[in-house]
Design a protein around this ligand. Structure first.
Ligand code: SF4
Ligand code: SF4
Length: 413
């Protein structure tokens, strides 16, 4: 065992990583969960203190401690503001991994991980559920989403993305560039765009083709592993990673595009594989600003933008990228959103495990959106699109929540 390895403690990380926290409390000023609960265990400082105690063997990991580690939307606002640059994501994932090792996954996380890591099951569910959802749910103002016909006690209106009977990537397909080919790319469409927002997935391809990229959509792509990773189920995560690497590493393309903030975060940071060069759609759009200046939306519209946590903090993509892109399109008037980079409350399975706190965070987000008086709120994360659409329904707003590809595809003849 090396000296470095011997310093690894109960959580699988060294004391140095944890003890970087000086308990200054800066993370309390930005944490959306703390903002609702006003309790120390909700914030990074409280969780890091607990992790330190466990790592030193001063206290044992029990179910109460596991509950504290789960009380986090992994929005990474704490890590962004931390003056000591404490690697909060590493600490919380290590803590959750230990919780999974000791107690297993909670029922809601188990269900989410099981469903998303079983591609064939999700496909079979789509075949059965797609016709039924049309009958038993109502349409929502934001397209590709469905509303439960009855309100849920303490939660209110509940919206789900519309599951499709056939996934977007049901077979290998090449989509040719429009005009002169600028490059060849593969599209890592992710579970949400593959099975629910399939029209958005088509729109991503349409936009890339119009910009001169030929796009390959491989059938053999799997969940990026984010639900398992953020839940601390690292074994399942590694399996998903291995399967995807097998497919994407051998493709003859210039790079891989994703249009899901969380997939992008995971592919870049956790796969960290040089042969799997990934770009988020918004990065490709920003590289093509000059071309986009020629694009025109069919009528005048006002739009605003929500920054997904996993784009601005997970991938550290500059905040001006989406704003610069939207500002060059003719007929689109861009208005700023207050606290545009604050979490929408989704946080993957956080919404399932802590629905009431998630709702409070969501309502703050959609009230700010409502103040913009825009026609559309755009973003580049299907989870955010869905959660914001639900929040807008809850406050009876007429603003529609869309993926940026849905608006841009409308500019193409
Ligand atoms: S901001 Fe950083 S150093 Fe300060 S309490 Fe939070 S995690 Fe610790
Ligand atoms: S990741 Fe977000 S929710 Fe979790 S402790 Fe940090 S600021 Fe709070």
């Amino acid at each position: 065992m090396t000296e470095k390895e011997s310093k690894k403690k109960i959580l699988g990380i060294s004391d140095e990583v944890i003890e970087k926290c000086v308990r200054c409390g800066s993370c309390r000023t930005v944490c959306p969960v703390f903002n609702v609960t006003h309790e120390e265990p909700s914030v990074a400082r409280g969780k890091i203190f607990l992790a330190n105690m466990i790592n030193k063997g001063n206290i044992k990991l029990d179910k109460e401690a596991a509950g504290i580690f789960n009380l986090c939307a992994t929005c990474l606002r704490c890590a962004e503001i931390c003056p000591l640059k404490v690697d909060y994501e590493k600490i919380i994932i290590s803590a959750r991994a230990l919780c999974v090792e000791k107690f297993g996954l909670s029922p809601e996380k188990k269900a989410a991980v099981f469903l998303f890591s079983n591609r064939e099951l999700l496909k079979a569910l789509g075949k059965v559920a797609a016709p039924l959802t049309k009958i038993f749910t109502k349409s929502s103002k934001s397209p590709q989403n469905r509303l439960f016909p009855i309100d849920i006690p303490k939660i209110g209106k509940v919206l789900l993305p519309e599951i499709k009977s056939t996934p977007f990537n049901d077979k290998d397909r090449w989509y040719s560039a429009k005009g002169k080919e600028k490059g060849k790319v593969a599209f890592f469409s992710g579970c949400m765009l593959n099975n629910f927002y399939t029209e958005t997935a088509q729109n991503v391809v349409k936009v890339l083709n119009a910009l001169g990229y030929s796009v390959f959509v491989p059938r053999d792509q799997y969940c990026c592993g984010a639900p398992a990773f953020f839940a601390g189920d690292l074994k399942t995560f590694e399996k998903m990673k291995e399967k995807n690497l097998k497919t994407f590493q051998n493709l003859n393309v210039d790079f891989v595009v994703t249009a899901c903030a969380t997939c992008g975060h995971i592919l870049k940071k956790e796969y960290n594989e040089p042969s799997f060069k990934t770009k988020e759609l918004i990065e490709v759009l920003f590289e093509n600003l000059e071309e986009l200046r020629k694009w025109k939306f069919p009528q005048k519209v006002i739009v605003t933008w929500h920054h997904p946590c996993h784009i601005v903090r997970g991938q550290k993509i500059p905040k001006n990228y989406p704003l610069d892109v939207l500002k060059v399109i003719e007929n689109i008037e861009f208005v700023n959103l207050e606290e545009a980079d604050n979490c929408c409350g989704m946080g993957g399975s956080f919404k399932l495990s802590h629905p009431e706190i998630s709702k409070e965070i969501q309502l703050k987000k959609v009230r700010n959106i409502e103040k913009t008086k825009s026609n559309f709120v755009l973003t580049e994360c299907p989870g955010c699109v869905m959660n914001i659409a639900e929040g807008l329904e809850r406050i009876n707003s007429n603003i529609k929540s869309l993926h940026i590809a849905d608006i841009l595809a409308t500019c193409i003849d």
